[in-house]
Design a protein around this ligand. Structure first.
Ligand code: SAH
Ligand code: SF4
Length: 346
């Protein structure tokens, strides 16, 4: 590795600032991956410690009115059986998972008004009674809806920008607006949510420059959480024949995100594990400090098919919890017993 590249990593580790050109240089050189991941691991330990936060993921409906080119839940995909869990079932999944020790739930679904506002507020407020933190991942909503969810007890919101390349965004998201996506993120932030965003790695025609812009965008928007993952082509979508993202590039984007946003929460994403059987452990040793085990039960796990090769579709929530706990302990880390809000270092 050249000393110039080492210098860039040192600068990132010590100042948490890099220029776009410097980020691109790190992306373009594969011999630095290990050094980069080690630096991200040190920064992770220094700022957010050795605890790993588990967030129980409930995939409560796969119905979607949007048509994102990469996603298996897109409206035009007729090859999946759609489902919508009843509010009582969602609350039941959360109640059971809370008895295994989960302190945060992520409620994720496709988009559209699949539930009335009243139903959403009921689900949020009932789950909130379990003394847990609630993260929503339900896409673009109106400001009034974001406010109402927050008042009912939602603490965090995940909305990936997917890509900051506006032209690419418009191509992959028919009928959607990049500007509105950014506005939603600003609205979420404004109303006091811990705000999560992130991007897909390896979209067709995505450049390294735009990935560098993505990381700078996370910083600019004041993200509290950033989830990045490789794009995995789904055969039921218009992008079925694309190559998809590489594990290594996704890992590098994640590691640089940790270096530049040292105190945020970063999940080791499921898509990383789909590409590499040790993916989440490698990610946890390269900057990540969060894992989102699935606590959805039964056939719904399999039906929530954003991309193929999704892990653990036949496992139970109890199995997933003990499996991931064992893995986390095997690398000398501990599972947190707290809700795991961002520990902001100012
Ligand atoms: N409908 C909500 C939440 C569900 S989708 C939303 O869009 O925000 C959650 C995430 O899945 C998306 O943000 C996207 O980044 C990811 N995703 C969808 N299709 C994917 C694919 N083929 N490969 C990898 N990730 C994918
Ligand atoms: Fe729907 Fe989200 Fe998939 Fe887009 S990414 S099609 S909004 S579920």
């Amino acid at each position: 590795m050249t000393s110039a590249l080492k210098e860039i990593i040192n600068k990132a580790e010590n100042t948490h600032e890099l220029t776009k050109d410097e980020i691109v240089e790190l992306f373009a050189n594969d011999e630095i991956t290990q050094e980069l991941c080690k630096a991200a691991d040190r920064v992770r330990e220094k700022y957010v410690g050795n605890e790993v936060h588990l967030r129980g993921l409930i995939e409560f409906s796969n119905i979607c009115i949007k048509n994102c080119f990469y996603c298996g839940l897109r409206r035009d995909n007729k090859n999946i059986k759609r489902y919508r869990l009843e509010p009582e079932v969602i609350i039941d999944f959360a109640t059971k998972a809370s008895s295994y020790g989960y302190k945060t739930f992520v409620l994720q679904s496709g988009e559209g008004n699949i539930y009335s506002l009243e139903e959403m507020l009921y689900i949020i407020s009932e789950i909130k009674k379990l003394d847990v933190a609630i993260t929503l991942s339900v896409g673009e909503k109106t400001e009034e809806e974001y406010i109402a969810y927050k008042e009912a007890g939602a603490d965090r919101f995940l909305l990936r920008i997917e890509t900051t390349d506006k032209e690419l965004y418009q191509k992959l998201h028919p009928g959607m607006s990049h500007e509105n996506r950014i506005n939603c993120l600003k609205t979420i932030k404004k109303h006091g949510y811990e705000t999560g965003t992130g991007c897909l790695i390896g979209l067709p025609n995505q450049t390294l420059e735009s990935l560098a812009d993505d990381i700078l965008f996370f910083k600019e928007i004041g993200a509290d959480m950033v989830g990045v993952g490789p794009f995995i082509p789904n055969e039921d979508t218009p992008l079925s024949f694309e190559t998809g993202g590489s594990f290594e590039l996704a890992l590098k984007v994640m590691a640089i995100t940790r270096l530049l946003l040292p105190d945020i929460n970063i999940p080791a994403t499921t898509a990383m594990e789909t590409l590499n059987s040790q993916g989440r452990l490698i990610a946890l040793q390269s900057g990540a400090n969060v894992v989102m085990p699935n606590v959805t039960e039964g056939e719904y796990r399999d039906l929530y098919k954003l991309y193929p090769g999704k892990i653990c579709i036949n496992d139970t929530p109890a199995h997933c919890r003990s499996c991931i706990t064992g893995k986390i302990q095997s690398i000398g880390r501990t599972v947190s017993k707290e809700c795991g809000f961002r520990k902001q270092v100012r």
